[in-house]
Design a protein around this ligand. Structure first.
Ligand code: FAD
Length: 509
């Protein structure tokens, strides 16, 4: 064993400080030195406010409680995403973090739901999702550790102020011994024999050496892209949205909704992310169909409160570096690739990248088989997400709008077509490895777009319509009862903030 002793992280955005915090904790027994080099003059991308539930595993892994994060980042709860206008203007559906209904005799709930629907019952699938009902009623409930049945299976993520989150991680990582260097990197030195990155030269003349490098330098991809020349796999032909404009505004009232809203616009979509101190707004769109000035005007016209600051314009290309790990460099965050933020997955990809890195952690010999395995899994994970995102566009019913017509006509990757064909023929799901979003998420989209199978599974005939109607009524009543007992979201946030303040006062006195 020749352990890696010296890890250098390039970049101090969300990715850089997540990497520093996680590696400091998970590799503590190996006692590596960890340095973060970032330039405050360059700054960070400054967006990334919505997450998926797995983020809470990350909080736990770095020793943070959900309450602490919510307090420190002006955070709120997220039970899922409401999609407005994606099927057609005026239409809405919800993608929750949780299950629908209860299966019976080995048959999935949705098959019974399809059967009743075919018999004329128009109750939406959302009525059988506790997460959706909590979201719609603005309530908070902590998921039970061992729910008595599937009706109680749901989860939550958070919305947070990304700069405050990075600052929180930085404070804790630095206190735990991570070295923080604030300087601009001018040059990258490579070992002439191995081609490995050996050192970076800073604009102030300092030279920082490292054995293992984590590239978190943002879209510039200083090490992986620029120094190692790892090519970029461009997915614009599948996901052509390539521009973003973000601007926060004052909140409308003190009761933020516990969900993200994604509103379809003429050439893309707009997000609305409620935090406690502001609302995050952004418009992402395709530059082939909409110019920047019009896109910004559309965003600003619809703001519901006073804008806070100036609009932040961003450009991106959906895709990823052909290798996420090359030689002694692992890319994380925007330096490794980008999928548009429709399902808030970028931060979760940083997290899974870190978990994978710790599993495949190399010694100083850098066995290339580790990088091969890491890259194989990372590419699959990106491809699975790409397909899930594409489904949102591909299913749209906004006929007569050039961007949306274009999106419906896209020839999907093979795996996605198979998934959809299987669903339409049987109401069954094709599961693939490394899928971030599981069957219930796909179901929420299919049902949301009203893309339902020609017939329910014959197995659903195990119960008569009368029996199903009776059971379904009881399920809805159980959900309604649980929602009624849950705490209002705003009261929960105030309680969390109050507990922090009480703890602070107790410490001071
Ligand atoms: P950055 O924040 O860009 O950080 C790069 C770092 O590298 C900075 O510290 C910079 O100073 C440093 N650096 C660069 N060059 C040098 C140099 N030469 N010398 C020294 N330091 C250098 N993700 C989600 O999960 N949810 C969302 O809702 C979401 N919304 C998004 C919306 C948009 C429009 C975009 C574009 C992204 C969104 N993301 C979202 C993605 C999310 O913002 C990023 O994944 C996250 O912020 C991580 O960024 P990063 O740390 O990789 O890069």
């Amino acid at each position: 064993m020749n352990p890696v002793r010296n890890i250098v992280i390039v970049g101090g955005g969300t990715a850089g400080w997540m990497a520093a915090s996680y590696l400091e904790r998970q590799l503590a027994h190996l006692r590596p030195s960890i340095t973060v080099v970032e330039s405050s003059t360059i700054g960070t991308v400054g967006v990334g406010e919505a997450t998926v539930p797995a983020i809470r595993d990350f909080f736990a892994a770095v020793g943070l409680s959900d309450a602490e994060v919510l307090r420190e980042t002006e955070g709120t709860i997220k039970y899922g995403i409401r999609f407005d206008g994606w099927k057609e203007p005026g239409h809405r559906f919800f993608h929750p973090f949780g299950l629908y209904g209860v299966p019976a005799r080995g048959v999935a709930f949705h098959q019974y739901w399809l059967k009743l629907r075919q018999a004329g019952d128009a109750t939406p699938l959302a009525a059988y999702s506790l997460a959706t009902q909590l979201a719609e009623h603005g309530r908070f409930l902590q998921p039970a550790q061992n729910p008595t049945n599937d009706l109680g299976v749901f989860d939550f993520a958070v919305h947070f102020d990304a700069s405050r989150f990075a600052a929180l991680l930085r404070r804790r990582a630095v206190a735990a011994g991570v070295r923080h260097v604030d300087a601009r990197i001018d040059r990258v030195e490579r070992d002439p024999e191995s081609g490995h990155v050996a050192a970076v030269l800073l604009e102030d003349g300092r030279r920082i050496e490292g054995e293992l490098w984590i590239d978190c330098s943002g879209f510039r991809s200083l090490l992986l892209g620029e120094a190692l020349q790892v090519p970029y796999v461009d997915w614009r032909h599948w996901l052509p949205v390539d521009r973003g404009i973000a601007i926060p505004c004052c909140p409308r009232d003190a009761a933020p909704e516990p969900f993200t809203i994604a509103i379809a616009r003429s050439a893309g979509w707009q997000w609305r992310i409620p935090l406690r101190h502001r609302i995050g707004n952004g418009h992402v769109y395709c530059s082939d169909f909409l110019d920047d000035t019009s896109a910004e005007a559309m965003l600003m016209e619809g703001l519901e409160g006073e804008p806070l600051g100036q609009p932040n314009r961003l450009r991106f290309t959906t895709g990823h570096r052909a290798r996420f790990w090359d030689r002694n460099v692992i890319g994380l965050g925007l330096a490794s690739g980008f999928l548009e933020p429709l399902e808030s997955t970028s931060i979760s990809l940083i997290q899974t990248g870190l978990e994978r890195l710790v599993r495949f952690f190399p010694d100083a010999g850098f066995d290339p088989r580790l990088a091969t395995a890491y890259n194989y899994q990372s590419v699959l994970e990106f491809e699975r997400l790409r397909d899930f995102l594409l489904l949102h566009y591909w299913e749209n019913g906004r006929s007569g709008e050039p961007f949306w017509d274009h999106m419906r006509a896209i020839v999907p990757p093979e795996g996605l077509q198979l998934k959809l064909d299987t669903w339409r023929a049987s109401g069954e799901f094709v599961r693939r490895e490394w899928e971030t979003f599981q069957d219930p998420s796909w179901l929420s989209l299919y049902a949301g777009f009203d893309d339902l199978p020609d017939r329910p599974s014959p197995l659903a005939d195990r119960f008569s319509n009368a029996e199903l109607t009776d059971t379904f009524t009881r399920m809805r009543a159980a959900i309604a009862g649980t929602v009624a007992q849950a705490e209002p979201h705003a009261a929960f946030l105030a309680r969390v903030a109050g507990e922090g303040e009480a703890a602070r006062r107790a410490t001071v006195s």
